[in-house]
Write a protein that binds this ligand. Structure first.
Ligand code: ZN
Length: 691
């Protein structure tokens, strides 16, 4: 106990003591909490009653200490990684996961929650409280808790088999990707490939041959199916035969020999359908959609609406590429392996600008000032730096506090903006440090982690951002706002918690739209040497480039989404009449500008739906885009430069989408903001598809 009392991770006041936490603290702190939770949980299972306090609130208290210790550990894995931390994390991770699974599948807790739902006290709960109970019940039921005897056994064996099949599927894709490569020694064969591309191909060669003799300038090089390498060839190489060879290899990945995924696709689809039917659903799509905002008719209607609009424009986009190629002297009929190259050339001819040209106009502090000013205009919140008020995990990390119109502090966030190769995971993300929670001793305010990976300052040159990085910052801030501006007091449905999976990207994509508003964007640019704003003409190119070949890309996304949904809703592997490939071909007949090659086996590498979490969920990319564009439409309708109108729409967005979190059904939240169900009109207009 004396050692635990010295362990800063075991128990702390306020926010995590990042400066004191070391890898050596992890295992003892987590193990101590695990033991406490286990015995508290077992004791509680003996006495749990069908009341709100006993079935829900008591569980919070049981798990709180573990959560407060585990949260910073998971966070540090992403931002201050080390071999010691990783080893400690891996040592206890499985136990943490097992324990929360055990609570989620506990029969006594489940019975208490059901009792609560059927009790007279149910109607006294708020809608948010009811949703917490409903979500817990649903999760337990979908984990098979309601099944008995043989059905339960079958369910468990399906779950295990599906998990193994997903892993094998994913390994096959990785193995097939790694196994393929074209070694190239003649630099003429790579004519057109950019210097960065040659670097990628050279290091691919070194990697494949376990050597260090290749150099970007003199080779040898290796063309592979690894995405950056693949694109470096497909978009740049003048060598048409090479592109064709690479393309054919790409669309037939994991479809032959030992890594053939086609039998796995059949098997996965069959088992998913059986699992859904054991749980009382017609098919897997219904099971998947039962926890989401969208329903099947809604997804289908949306896909058809977008498809008919995009299909009206797509052929002319293809013609535009063909005309451009012909004008440049290309005499061949363009095929799949020609389009990436010619699209890239066309795009550059239309909107020539490079990331590097834009960078000097986006110093981080200028961008933050612009972002905070926008938050003030829209949501009447004020952001103030509070560096030094709390401990941080790296000296570059900043801390800010957020205040409402009355000057009350309502939230705070950490901003960790710069990349730290080897220590910090790539990409950008938002995570919660602590959630809003009304407790007997007072209100706990939400605190967010906002993590980006941009270039650090060098000398007296500030951190300069690319436009993509600015958009990413806005995106993550959208998630952060939903976490921080929540007005919900129950942590399970406060902020981003308890929100349906296909609704979570609404605020993030909504915020991205502001990067394409002239006054907002130009207002946060200032050349780091001269202070000059981004030139208007460059802004115009940014806006135009956003919709370049948009119908083509939308049709591609729709093809993937509609194939996914058709496989999980309509296709029945047991009927034996059609194969999954037939389903893909049928969808492609309606959605592809160029018919897929006869040997196309994309389903064998569609990891999103066969080895990831997107099964009967791929539509969500388009769904979120429709929601966010339609939400932004509430602002364009009043006029983006009409400050009063914007303020009114912003307050409403704050008080609905951002405030209500998971406490109300997302469709209801949306209606409260927009006064109606979402419409595709705004997105189609944004893309210029209006028929
Ligand atoms: Zn996001």
């Amino acid at each position: 106990m004396s050692e635990l009392s010295q362990n800063p991770l075991y128990a702390y006041e306020g926010l995590p003591p990042f400066e004191q936490i070391e890898a050596a603290h992890v295992v003892p702190a987590i193990r101590a909490h695990l033991a406490q939770v286990e015995s508290a949980l077992a004791a509680h299972e003996q006495v749990v009653a069908p009341t709100w306090e006993s079935a829900v609130v008591a569980l919070r208290d049981i798990f709180e200490g573990l959560g407060r210790a585990w949260g910073p550990v998971s966070h540090l894995m992403g931002v201050r990684n080390s071999p010691e931390l990783r080893a400690a994390y891996e040592e206890v991770q499985g136990e943490v996961v097992m324990l929360s699974l055990r609570a989620g599948q506990s029969e006594p807790l489940y019975r208490a929650l059901r009792g609560l739902r059927d009790s007279a006290g149910w109607s006294n709960l708020t809608r948010g409280q009811q949703r917490i109970v409903e979500q817990k019940l649903q999760a337990a039921e979908q984990a098979g808790i309601g099944l008995q005897g043989e059905a339960r056994e079958r369910f468990n064996s399906i779950a295990q088999e599906l998990s193994a099949l997903g892993t094998t599927y994913s390994n096959h894709v990785l193995d097939a990707t790694r196994a393929f490569g074209i070694d190239i020694t003649d630099s003429a064969a790579l004519s057109g490939v950019a210097a960065t591309g040659l670097m990628l191909l050279s290091s691919a060669w070194n990697q494949a041959h376990n050597a260090d003799t290749s150099t970007p300038e003199s080779g040898p090089w290796r063309a592979t199916l690894d995405m950056p390498v693949y694109l470096a060839v497909m978009e740049y190489a003048e060598n048409r035969a090479l592109r064709e060879q690479l393309y054919r290899a790409y669309v037939t990945r994991a479809s032959t020999g030992e890594t053939d995924n086609l039998p796995l696709v059949q098997q996965i689809l069959r088992l998913r359908r059986e699992k859904a039917q054991l749980l009382g659903f017609e098919n897997y799509a219904e099971l998947s959609l039962s926890t989401k905002m969208a329903d099947l008719p809604g997804v289908r209607a949306l896909s058809e609406e977008l498809l008919s609009a995009a299909a009206a424009v797509g052929p002319s986009e293809l013609q535009q590429v063909r005309d451009f190629a012909a004008a440049q002297g290309e005499s061949a009929e363009l095929s799949h392996w020609d389009l990436p190259l010619w699209r890239r050339r066309l795009r550059e001819s239309l909107y020539a600008y490079t990331d590097e040209e834009l960078r000097p106009y986006f110093p981080l502090n200028k961008v933050l000032d612009g972002l905070f000013a926008l938050l003030n205009r829209l949501f009447a919140v004020t952001v103030r730096p509070a560096d030094g008020a709390v401990q941080v995990w790296h000296p570059d990390v900043r801390y800010f506090e957020m205040f409402n119109e009355s000057g009350d502090k309502i939230a705070a966030f950490f901003l960790d903006a710069y990349s730290r190769p080897g220590l910090k995971r790539g990409g950008a993300w938002m995570n919660d440090c602590q959630e809003r929670w009304l407790r007997p001793e007072g209100l706990q305010l939400p605190v967010a982690y906002l993590i980006c990976n941009q270039t650090p300052p060098v000398g007296d040159r500030p951190s300069l951002m690319t436009f993509d990085e600015v958009e990413t910052l806005f995106h993550e801030f959208g998630h952060g706002l939903q976490h921080m501006l929540t007005q919900v007091d129950e942590p399970e449905v406060a902020g981003i918690s308890g929100i349906e999976w296909d609704a979570v990207e609404l605020p993030s994509q909504f915020m991205e739209n502001w990067c394409y508003h002239r006054a907002t964007l130009l207002g946060m640019t200032g050349h780091f040497e001269t202070g000059a704003p981004l030139p208007d003409a460059t802004f115009d190119k940014l806006v135009a480039a956003r919709t370049f070949q948009a119908a083509t890309f939308m049709m591609r996304q729709l093809m993937l989404g509609m194939t996914d949904m058709s496989l999980h809703a309509d296709y029945d592997a047991r009927s034996g009449e059609r194969t999954p490939l037939d389903v893909m071909t049928e969808v492609a007949a309606r959605t592809a500008l160029l018919p897929p090659l006869a040997e196309d086996r994309f389903l064998c590498s569609f990891s999103h739906i066969f080895a990831g979490g997107y099964a009967a969920g791929y539509y969500s990319y388009k769904w979120a885009e429709v929601l966010s564009a339609d939400a932004f439409g509430a602002f364009t309708e009043v006029g983006l430069d009409n400050s009063e109108g914007i303020a009114r729409a912003g307050r409403l967005f704050r008080d609905t989408v951002l405030a209500l979190g998971g406490s109300v059904e997302p469709m209801e939240v949306y209606r409260r903001f927009r006064g109606r169900a979402p419409s595709t009109k705004a997105l189609l207009e944004q893309y210029g598809f209006t028929v």
